[in-house]
Design a protein around this ligand. Sequence first.
Ligand code: ZN
Length: 154
Amino acid sequence: MMFLTHLVFGFLCGVIVSKLLGYGSSYLFVLVAVVASSFPDIDVLSSRISRFLSPFSVVAGSLFGHRGFFHSILALAALFLVVFSVFGAFLAVSAAVGYSSHLLLDALTVKGIRPFWPFRFRLRGFVRAGSLSEQLVMALIIGISAVAVFSGLR
Ligand SMILES: [Zn+2]
């Protein structure tokens, strides 16, 4: 999936979960979810997040490969535990929401993800990155986001 698609879906998930957990429209919760939604692609040198963290990205990409550890539930759990131990539950949950949103979208792609890495089981879908199907998914997410922001989910 494209960078922007991940950010928009991270935003949508952040808004919905923030409201569901009783945080209202917490800008901090949503912002952390949006930032975290880009983080799994740290394992791709060409990704936007890798431009900010390039030394870490080189190590992550060469050790685990694209859509290996960083696209798994294990990485999600590790992120949650690290953020929880440093910043507490609020930011840990928001980071986990954004990170999960990335994994969910990538699971819809033809390449899929290996959620139980290092096991080989792969979840895949029908969406090709940058294709018309991704643009349709993106349009759907934007539409739902607009409704979520301007309706009762606010
Ligand atoms: Zn990804």
